[in-house]
Design a binder for this molecule. Structure first.
Ligand SMILES: [Zn+2]
Length: 384
């Protein structure tokens, strides 16, 4: 199970201690992970642009113990090979005994509207195209990947203009799929699951989801679905993240969720949005924002007074203004690229579309993302 203990609940957010992560019959080393925290985003079982050799060497200084997020959308075409290898860890040569979480969508992949059916949900893979995932197909993937935890199934497709009838159907379908999925322990291997809190832009539907799943015995935590508000580049019918709208949308729903179960939001959210979601009671995120920035040739840094201003800045190396800038990437940062390379060199790599650009930017952005969470945890210790 995902065993969590609430340590503090303040005006600015919660701190929990996650004591264990995974099926009880397959115990791994004790976790003791303090929240707010993040799942490390992977694509095909790798942090994008990094080999595991490079990741282990250049990200060994990160403070948080990693839990790797693996998405169904990224591994469809390899499922047979993953099964034959004995799981995603062996297939992708991930660190031995590392913790993994299987989710449905790739936070930076395509999430299209209008394709979910009564039988199952549409998941988009960059290589294999659209696949329909139902409560019969998902257990096959779960058994092949052998992750420690999973995100449950959900009819996520509820943009702002969804009709009331469509919203009701979303809950009915989600309940039916998960009743089938969790009807026998063998279908999930007893893996702890995050129950879906969907409902698009309708707070009543979100509340109805929370009421429906708050007491199901298989929910080890809750996955609060906010895909339409995330920065992932290919989400249909995207909506602007407005703090007041999100606060109104989640307010009553969050009050209904039990205090000792963690709340996960997957998707690319910027540092300001992450702080806002933490204030609303979210505990866990994923690091897709750091990878998104690297994919776009950008590096980010949180403000020195981030905890009070919620601000961050971005260096965009697609901009020719860095052509002659011989200063180091960031003075405050101890990562290899910041200690070694100039902004002009990064501008040159991005401009020439050299793969090394994304390697170096990923190392920095992951370092900064991890530092941001460490700072947030520290500030919550002092908060009232
Ligand atoms: Zn750095």
């Amino acid at each position: 199970m995902v065993k969590a203990k609430l340590l503090r609940n303040t005006e600015r957010g919660r701190t929990c201690n996650i004591e264990s992560w995974g099926a009880e019959k397959e115990p791994k080393s004790p976790l003791n992970l303090q929240t707010p925290a993040y799942l490390t985003y992977t694509r095909f079982g790798h942090i994008p642009h990094l080999t595991w050799d490079v990741a282990q060497k250049e990200l060994s200084h990160l403070e948080q113990k990693p839990i790797y997020q693996v998405s169904m959308a990224a591994i469809f075409e390899c499922l047979l090979a993953i099964d034959e290898a004995g799981g995603i860890i062996k297939f992708a040569s991930m660190p031995e005994n590392c913790l993994t979480h299987l989710t449905i969508h790739d936070p930076l992949g395509r999430i299209a509207s209008g394709f979910n059916k009564t039988k199952g949900i549409a998941v988009w893979s960059a290589r294999a195209g659209r696949k329909d995932v139902c409560s019969e197909a998902y257990p096959v993937s779960i058994a092949a990947v052998k992750s420690d935890t999973i995100t449950a199934l959900s009819d996520y497709d509820l943009p702002f203009d969804a009709q009331k009838k469509r919203q009701g159907k979303s809950l009915t379908r989600t309940k039916a799929w998960n009743e089938a999925l969790f009807s026998e322990e063998s279908k999930t291997g007893g893996r702890p699951a995050f129950a879906p809190i969907c409902g698009g832009s309708n707070k009543d539907t979100r509340f109805a989801f929370a009421k429906a799943f708050v007491q199901v015995p298989w929910a080890s935590g809750f996955s609060i679905e906010l895909w339409h508000f995330s920065l992932g580049p290919k989400v249909d019918k995207k909506q602007v993240y407005e703090k007041d709208v999100i606060a109104e949308l989640l307010g009553e729903t969050m009050l209904l969720l039990p205090q000792d179960k963690v709340r996960l939001v997957e998707g690319a959210f910027n540092p300001t949005q992450i702080l806002h979601l933490i204030k609303l009671g979210v505990d866990l995120f994923d690091s897709s924002f750091a990878s998104l920035m690297a994919d776009e040739g950008k590096a980010f840094k949180i403000a020195d007074d981030f905890e009070s201003t919620w601000e961050f800045s971005v260096l965009d190396f697609n901009d020719a203004k860095f052509n002659d800038d011989t200063s180091k990437l960031y003075d405050h940062c101890s990562c290899y690229p910041c200690q070694t390379f100039t902004k002009a060199y990064l501008r040159h790599l991005v401009n020439c579309k050299e793969m090394l650009a994304m390697v170096l930017l990923t190392i920095h952005n992951m370092t900064e993302f991890d530092r941001m969470f460490a700072r947030i945890r520290e500030s919550l210790q002092l908060a009232q």
